[in-house]
Design a protein around this ligand. Structure first.
Ligand SMILES: *[C@@H]1O[C@H](CO)[C@@H](O)[C@H](O)[C@H]1NC(C)=O
Ligand SMILES: *[C@@H]1O[C@H](CO)[C@@H](O)[C@H](O)[C@H]1NC(C)=O
Ligand SMILES: *[C@@H]1O[C@H](CO)[C@@H](O)[C@H](O)[C@H]1NC(C)=O
Length: 745
C-alpha cells in the first residue's frame, strides 16, 4: 500500500516538472578563426542560441580547465575567450561548456597556429677524426612541422650529393658514419614548413687525422760497429713532429747515443718514413727504442727492439789431442757466438812445402780429425768459427809434427861405379825428401850370391851425403852377386831398390895400397901410400881419388909404380876432404885404400921438419887441432839382423914414435863379433910413421860374421886395416874369410 503511494508520487513529480519545462542551453558552433599565426591574437566566441537563463560558461582546453586566456562574458548569451599572444602551445581542442539549471551543453573546435621555423639547435662547425662518425646537428621548430633538408656544398656553394653513408635523423641531425678527408667541407641545413622563407645555415665539417705510427719490423739486428737503422712509418695531419726514446727516455737525455745518431724523414704518397740511424753501434746501444709521431691533435708511438750481433770470438782452448803418423785430432771449446748461432767451424792447416787445406766442421762438434797427413811433417793449424755475420778471427796458430814412419821410397840413382875382383863400388842418392818420413839414419846395403837361396846380408852405411859412394869389399872372385840398397830411419827401413846383378872379376887384383896422410896444410894435403916391395912389381900405377865432402870425386892418375907420394894442392882451408888411393895393375884396379876424411887446417901447421930438424915433433897444441875422421865401418850380420855401428877416429897428439905395430890393437879372439843396435864409439890411436908423418886412424869396428854353413859364409866386412888386408890377400881363399872376420880396431 505504502509502496504504491511512493511510486505514484515520483511519477507525479516528474510529470509535473516536464510540464513547467526549463530549457537547457543550446550552443552555436564554436567560432575559431583560421590561419592564426604565432604572436597574433585569437578570440573564440561561444554563443548560446537558446536556453533558460542564467547560463554559465566555462572553457576547457583538451578537456582540462583553461585559464591562461582572458575570458569575458559579453552578454548573458555570449562568452569570449581571448588568447594573446598566440604560441604553439595554444594549439589544441577548445571546448565551451554552457550550463543552466536544466542542463549542460558543450561545443568543441580546434585552434591551429602557424609559425615559421626557428632554430632549436643551429648547425655548427665540427672536427672529427678520420673514420669516426660525424654528427652535424640541425633542429628547428615551427608549425606546421618543420622539414629539415641537408645539402653539401662546394666552396663555391654549388650543390654536391651527400656522402653515401650519411643519414638525416628525425631530429634533423646528419650522421656521416665514416668520416674521411674527402667528406669534409661545407654542409648546409635548410629548415622549412611552408611558413615564411624557411631557415638556412652552413656548417663546416673538418675531418682530421691523428698520427698513426707503424713500424717496419719490431726487431732490428745489426752487426756491432755497423750503423743501425730504426724506421717507423707515420700517417696523420701535417705538420707531424717526430722524436725517439730509448728505454723510455728521450734521446736528448741519453747523450752517449745522441752523439752518434742521425735522423731522417722520407715522405711518400701514403706516409712519412722517419728513421733513427745510430753509427758505430756498441753493445750498450741494445734496448727498446720508441718512435713517436705528434701533430696538433694527438701523438702515437711504437716500440722497436735493437739487438746487436757480431762475428763469433775465436774458438778457445784449441789443442792437439792425438797425433799419429798420418792423422791428428784437435779439439777446442766453443767461443762466445756474438748473439748469433755458430754455423760451422773451419780448421785451416798447412805445411810448407805441402799445401793448404780447410776442413769444415759442423757447429755441433768441437773436435776434428785431420787426415791424409804426411808422416814426420810439420803442420800449422788454427781454427775459426762462423756465424751469419761472418768468420771469427782465427785462433792462435799451433804446430805439430806427425809421427815418423819408415821411409816410403827406395834410394834413387842406384848404380854400379866400379867393379873389381873382390869389391864393387856402388853409389846412390837418398830417396826423395818427402818420402823420408823421419830423419834418415842410414842405408842397408844388401847383397848375396845370386845362386844362393839364403836371404840378403846387409851392411849398414850412415846417411851422410847427398850422394853416397860405398865400397862393398871382400867379395869372391868371379862370382855373381845381387846388390840392393834400402834406407832406414828411427822407425824402420823402407823399400829396397831394384837389385843390381854384378859379377866380380875373375883375376887376382893388384895389391891394395895403404894410404898415409903425411901433412895437412890449409890448401894442400900431402899423401903417401905404401905397397910391399914385391907387390909393386904387379903395379903399373896409382889413382888418387879425392873430393870435397859431399861433392864429386876427382881422380888423379899416377902412371908410375915407383911414385909413392903426391900433394893435393889448391884446396880450401878448414874443409873436410875425402881421399883414397887405388893401385892399377895388369889385372885391373885394386880395392881402394881406406877412405880418409881429412880437414884442411886453418893454416899450415905441419912443417916439413925432416930436412931441417928431423925428429922434432910439432907443438902439441898444433897437433891437437888436427881431427879427421875415417868413415866408420858398419857391418851386417847373418840373417837380416842389422848391426849399426858408428865410430869416430881421433888423432892422439902425444903418441910416441915409432908407431906401434899395426896389429897391436887386434882383439885377442879372432871370432870377436859385435852385435848391437847401440852405436859404439871409441877413440882410435893413430899410428905415425917417420918424422911427424901420421898414419891416419882406421876403423875400429867389427863384425860378426861366420855363418853356420861354410858354403854360405860370405865375406862381410868393410874397411879393414890395409896391412891386414894385405896379409889376407896372401892367404888361401878359405882362410881369407876367417881372418877377415876377426877384425881390427
Ligand atoms: C581535437 O579533436 C580532433 C577531432 O575530434 C581530434 O582528432 C584531436 O586529436 C583533438 N586534439 C587534441 C589535442 O585532443
Ligand atoms: C638526433 O638523433 C640522433 C640519432 O638518434 C642522435 O644521435 C642525435 O644526438 C640527436 N640529435 C640531438 C641534437 O639530440
Ligand atoms: C780456407 O779458407 C780461407 C778463408 O775463407 C781462404 O782464404 C783460403 O783460401 C781457404 N783455403 C783453401 C785451401 O780453401
Amino acid at each position: 500500500m505504502i509502496f504504491h503511494v511512493v511510486i505514484s508520487w515520483i511519477i507525479l513529480t516528474f510529470a509535473g516538472s516536464k510540464v513547467y519545462s526549463l530549457e537547457s542551453p543550446k550552443l552555436n558552433k564554436l567560432s575559431i578563426p583560421e590561419l592564426l599565426s604565432i604572436e597574433s591574437r585569437a578570440r573564440l566566441l561561444c554563443v548560446a542560441s537558446s536556453g533558460d537563463q542564467p547560463i554559465e560558461f566555462n572553457w576547457l582546453k583538451d578537456g582540462k580547465t583553461f585559464s591562461s586566456g582572458r575570458i569575458e562574458q559579453l552578454d548573458e548569451w555570449t562568452s569570449a575567450l581571448t588568447i594573446y599572444p598566440l604560441s604553439l602551445d595554444h594549439i589544441g581542442n577548445y571546448t565551451c561548456v554552457a550550463s543552466n539549471d536544466a542542463g549542460t551543453s558543450r561545443v568543441t573546435s580546434s585552434l591551429f597556429v602557424t609559425a615559421p621555423p626557428h632554430w632549436v639547435v643551429e648547425p655548427y662547425d665540427i672536427r672529427v677524426q678520420t673514420g669516426q662518425r660525424a654528427l652535424l646537428h640541425c633542429e628547428a621548430r615551427g608549425s606546421p612541422e618543420v622539414k629539415i633538408t641537408w645539402r653539401r656544398l662546394t666552396d663555391s656553394e654549388s650543390i654536391l650529393p651527400l656522402p653515401s653513408d650519411s643519414q638525416v635523423h628525425e631530429n634533423g641531425s646528419l650522421s656521416i658514419f665514416n668520416a674521411q678527408k674527402s667528406k669534409s667541407g661545407l654542409y648546409m641545413c635548410e629548415a622549412n614548413n611552408g611558413i615564411g622563407n624557411g631557415l638556412k645555415r652552413n656548417a663546416v665539417l673538418t675531418v682530421f687525422e691523428y698520427p698513426v705510427v707503424e713500424r717496419l719490423v719490431d726487431h732490428v739486428t745489426v752487426e756491432r760497429g755497423q750503423v743501425a737503422h730504426l724506421s717507423c712509418l707515420a700517417t696523420g695531419d701535417k705538420p707531424l713532429y717526430f722524436s725517439w726514446m730509448k728505454n723510455r727516455r728521450f734521446l736528448d737525455e741519453t747523450p752517449e747515443i745522441a752523439d752518434r745518431s742521425n735522423f731522417s724523414e722520407l715522405p711518400t704518397a701514403q706516409h712519412i718514413q722517419f728513421t733513427l740511424s745510430i753509427s758505430s753501434t756498441e753493445l750498450e746501444d741494445e734496448g727498446l727504442y720508441t718512435c713517436i709521431a705528434k701533430n696538433d691533435f694527438a701523438s702515437d708511438q711504437k716500440d722497436i727492439r735493437l739487438m746487436l750481433v757480431e762475428r763469433p770470438q775465436p774458438p778457445r782452448y784449441v789443442e792437439l789431442v792425438d797425433i799419429w803418423s798420418r792423422s791428428a785430432r784437435i779439439k777446442w771449446t766453443a767461443p762466445n757466438n756474438g748473439n748469433s748461432p755458430i754455423l760451422s767451424y773451419i780448421v785451416e792447416y798447412w805445411s810448407n812445402p805441402g799445401g793448404h787445406w780447410n776442413e769444415t766442421v759442423s757447429s755441433s762438434l768441437t773436435s776434428c780429425i785431420l787426415r791424409s797427413l804426411k808422416p814426420f811433417a810439420t803442420y800449422n793449424f788454427h781454427v775459426w768459427a762462423s756465424n751469419d755475420i761472418g768468420d771469427s778471427e782465427p785462433s792462435e796458430q799451433s804446430q805439430f809434427t806427425t809421427a815418423k814412419e819408415e821411409p816410403s821410397a827406395p834410394p834413387v840413382d842406384f848404380k854400379l861405379e866400379e867393379l873389381g875382383s873382390s869389391f864393387v863400388r856402388i853409389s846412390w842418392k837418398p830417396p826423395p825428401h818427402e818420402d823420408w818420413n823421419g830423419n834418415l839414419k842410414g842405408y842397408y846395403v844388401g847383397y848375396k850370391q845370386s845362386v844362393s837361396k839364403s836371404p840378403f846380408t846387409y851392411n849398414t852405411v850412415e846417411a851422410e851425403d847427398e850422394h853416397i859412394y860405398y865400397v862393398l869389399r871382400g867379395l869372391r872372385r868371379g862370382t855373381r852377386y845381387l846388390i840392393n840398397v834400402r834406407s832406414f830411419n828411427d822407425v824402420g827401413s823402407g823399400p829396397s831398390t831394384e837389385e843390381i846383378p854384378v859379377q866380380t872379376l875373375n883375376q887376382e887384383p893388384p895389391p891394395q895400397p895403404i894410404l898415409v896422410i903425411k901433412d895437412i896444410g890449409s890448401t894442400y894435403l900431402q899423401l903417401h901410400w905404401i905397397l910391399s916391395e914385391h907387390s909393386r912389381l904387379n903395379t903399373a900405377g896409382f889413382s888418387i881419388h879425392y873430393r870435397r865432402n859431399g861433392e864429386k870425386w876427382h881422380e888423379i892418375s899416377i902412371p908410375d909404380s915407383s911414385q909413392t907420394s903426391y900433394t893435393l894442392t889448391n884446396l880450401d882451408s878448414v874443409v873436410p876432404y875425402q881421399v883414397y888411393v887405388t893401385s892399377i895393375g895388369s889385372s885391373g884396379i885394386s880395392e881402394p885404400s881406406e877412405i880418409a876424411t881429412v880437414r884442411t887446417s886453418a893454416e899450415a901447421i905441419f912443417h916439413n921438419t925432416q930436412s931441417k930438424n928431423p925428429g922434432v915433433q910439432p907443438a902439441v897444441d898444433d897437433v891437437t887441432q888436427i881431427l879427421y875422421i875415417v868413415v866408420p865401418v858398419a857391418v851386417a850380420t847373418v840373417i837380416i839382423v842389422i848391426v849399426i855401428v858408428a865410430a869416430c877416429v881421433y888423432v892422439y897428439s902425444k903418441r910416441p914414435l915409432p908407431p906401434s905395430h899395426p896389429y897391436g890393437d887386434l882383439p885377442a879372439s879372432k871370432n870377436f863379433s859385435y852385435m848391437s843396435t847401440v852405436p859404439r864409439q871409441r877413440d882410435i890411436p893413430i899410428t905415425v910413421c917417420g918424422g911427424n908423418a901420421m898414419k891416419y886412424g882406421s876403423p875400429y869396428s867389427t863384425v860378426p860374421l861366420t855363418r853356420p854353413e861354410p858354403d854360405d859364409d860370405e865375406p862381410i866386412y868393410e874397411s879393414v886395416m890395409d896391412e891386414i888386408r894385405f896379409k889376407i890377400s896372401q892367404r888361401p881363399y878359405e882362410d881369407d874369410i876367417k881372418i877377415g872376420t876377426a877384425t881390427i880396431v
